[in-house]
Write a protein that binds this ligand. Structure first.
Ligand SMILES: C[S@@+](CC[C@H](N)C(=O)[O-])C[C@H]1O[C@@H](n2cnc3c(N)ncnc32)[C@H](O)[C@@H]1O
Length: 251
C-alpha cells in the first residue's frame, strides 16, 4: 500500500529497490529508524510473526501516526471542515506553536499543513490546487496497517540500542548529507559519523539509503555499496537522473 502523506526525502520512488534487497530469511523484528512518511514500511508485506517498529524524532509527525493508529475516525472528523485557503494555512501554522490543542486537533492541522504546503515543508503555502481528502479517506486503512506496529519517538542512537538483536533488520533513511537543515535541528553533520559508528557494531542487519557523494562512500567503504538511479521529478530541463546509494552490512 501507499503512504498517506508526502514527505521531504520520502522514498516513494526507491521503495521497490530497497525491498528487493531485504534479506531472504525473514528477520524476527523490522525497525524503520527514520520513519518519515514510511514509504518502505507501507510497501512491505505485513508478517504477523514479526515485530515492526516505526520511529521518527519529529514529535508532530509521531503524534499524527499515533492519532491515526488509535483514533482514525476522530482525525477524519476533525479534517471534515478544513478548506484549502492561504489564510487558513497561516492560521494553522501559527496554532501549531501554541499549547491548548488536543492531540487529535494537532494531528489534523499537521496533516493539513504537510498536504497543502509546497514540497510538504509544512511552511510555505503551495499554490497548486490540493485537497486533503485523498489522505483523509485512507486513514482507516492506514490505522489497520499500523495496528501491530510499535510507534516510537526517539533519536536514532537510542532507538538502535534498544532494538538491536541478532535477528533484527534496521532500515535507515537519514537526512541526506548536506540536506540536514530541511528536518529542523534533529540531525547535524556529526550525526552521519555517529550513525556509521553505531551501525558498524550492531548485532543485527542494516540497509541504508543515502545520496551518492564522496563523503558517504568513504564513510561506508567497509560495507556493500550499490548505486541506484532514478528520475528526479523536480528537474524540468537537463539531466533529470539522480543517483542514490543503498548500503548494507549483509549480501
Ligand atoms: C529522509 S526522511 C525519511 C523519509 C522516509 N523514509 C519516507 O519514506 O518518507 C528522514 C527522517 O528522519 C527524521 N529524523 C531526523 N533526525 C532524526 C533523529 N536524530 N532520529 C530519528 N529520526 C530523525 C526526520 O524527521 C525525517 O522524517
Amino acid at each position: 500500500m501507499n503512504s498517506f502523506i508526502p514527505w521531504i526525502g520520502g522514498k516513494k520512488l526507491l521503495r521497490k529497490e530497497i525491498l528487493s534487497r531485504f534479506p531472504k530469511e525473514q528477520p524476527s523484528r523490522y525497525i524503520e529508524v527514520f520513519g518519515g512518511a514510511g514509504w518502505v514500511l507501507f510497501a512491505k508485506e505485513h508478517n504477523s510473526k514479526q515485530l515492526e517498529v516505526y520511529n521518527d524524532l519529529n514529535g508532530d509527525l509521531v503524534n499524527l501516526y499515533r492519532c491515526v493508529k488509535y483514533h482514525a475516525q476522530e482525525v477524519q472528523r476533525e479534517c471534515e471542515f478544513l478548506l484549502n485557503s492561504r489564510e487558513i494555512f497561516i492560521n494553522y501554522k501559527e496554532q501549531m506553536n501554541i499549547n491548548g490543542l488536543t492531540d487529535i486537533q494537532r494531528a489534523a492541522r499537521f496533516l493539513y499543513l504537510i498536504k497543502v504546503s509546497f514540497g510538504a515543508d509544512g511552511k510555505t503555502y503551495g499554490t497548486n490546487a490540493k485537497n486533503i481528502s485523498y489522505s483523509v479517506n485512507m486513514l482507516p486503512e492506514i490505522s489497520k496497517r499500523l495496528n501491530r506496529v510499535v510507534i516510537e519517538n526517539k533519536s536514532y542512537d537510542n532507538l538502535i540500542k534498544v532494538y538491536d538483536r541478532n535477528n533484527a533488520l534496521f532500515y535507515l533513511d537519514p537526512p541526506y548529507y548536506k540536506t540536514e537543515k530541511y528536518y529542523g535541528n534533529l540531525f547535524d553533520e556529526e550525526d552521519h559519523i555517529k550513525l556509521r559508528d553505531i551501525l558498524k557494531d550492531i548485532k543485527g542487519k542494516f540497509i541504508l539509503s543515502y545520496n551518492d557523494c564522496a563523503f558517504i562512500r568513504e564513510l561506508y567503504s567497509d560495507f556493500y555499496i550499490e548505486e541506484v538511479e532514478r528520475n528526479n521529478n523536480l528537474v524540468k530541463d537537463g539531466d533529470s537522473r539522480y543517483k542514490e546509494l543503498i548500503i548494507r552490512n549483509y549480501k
